[in-house]
Design a protein around this ligand. Structure first.
Ligand code: CMX
Length: 136
């Protein structure tokens, strides 16, 4: 498995518009686009070769809602871009790493993704992703 870069840090926020005021006005960063995905509203903010992904629950039942209820706002996950996600998932399975997604699936931003379980990664929810385009 080759890990190319940290693709993004996912941050759970209560209100995307309020959080964007900090990230794009308080900090000199720019929002590239927002996206609705699986009951969440997601804002993408590039930082160098990585991005910050701000995640707000809109459905009342997303993974972000459960996380916010338990922990409040904060870093939710870290995503690594790999060169071949199918091979990476097979390698992790072989090594006995606990996976949430045993089969890669389509994620936000048109990436193919697979999550590892935080109970097998020292308490950090980790995502593998592979870009299907030249975009980050
Ligand atoms: N980081 C670290 N630990 C986490 C966590 C996170 N983001 N989310 C949950 N956990 C921990 C919980 O604290 C809990 O630990 P304890 O048993 O010690 O209390 C344990 O994992 C189970 O968590 P839970 O609150 O009972 O929630 P679930 O088991 O129902 O779901 C998880 C947890 C990680 C399996 C689920 O959120 C999931 O499948 N996540 C992957 C998808 C996702 O997060 N999508 C949102 C991001 C969108 C994207 O970028 O694609």
């Amino acid at each position: 498995m080759k890990i190319k870069r940290i693709a993004h840090l996912g941050i759970a926020v209560s209100d995307l518009d309020v959080a964007l005021k900090f990230f794009t006005l308080g900090l000199p960063l720019e929002l590239t686009h927002t996206e609705d995905y699986q009951g969440m509203k997601i804002g993408f903010i590039p930082v160098g070769e990585s991005s910050i992904e701000l995640l707000q629950d809109v459905s009342g039942s997303s993974a972000i809602k459960k996380y916010l209820d338990k922990n409040g706002e904060g870093i939710h996950h870290i995503a690594f871009e790999v060169d071949d996600i199918y091979q990476a998932v097979a390698e992790l399975k072989e090594k006995g790493v606990k996976l949430i997604d045993e089969t890669p699936r389509l994620g936000a931003h048109g990436m193919t993704i697979a999550f590892m379980h935080p109970k097998g990664t020292h308490g950090i929810l980790m995502e593998l992703c592979q870009s299907n385009s030249d975009e980050h």
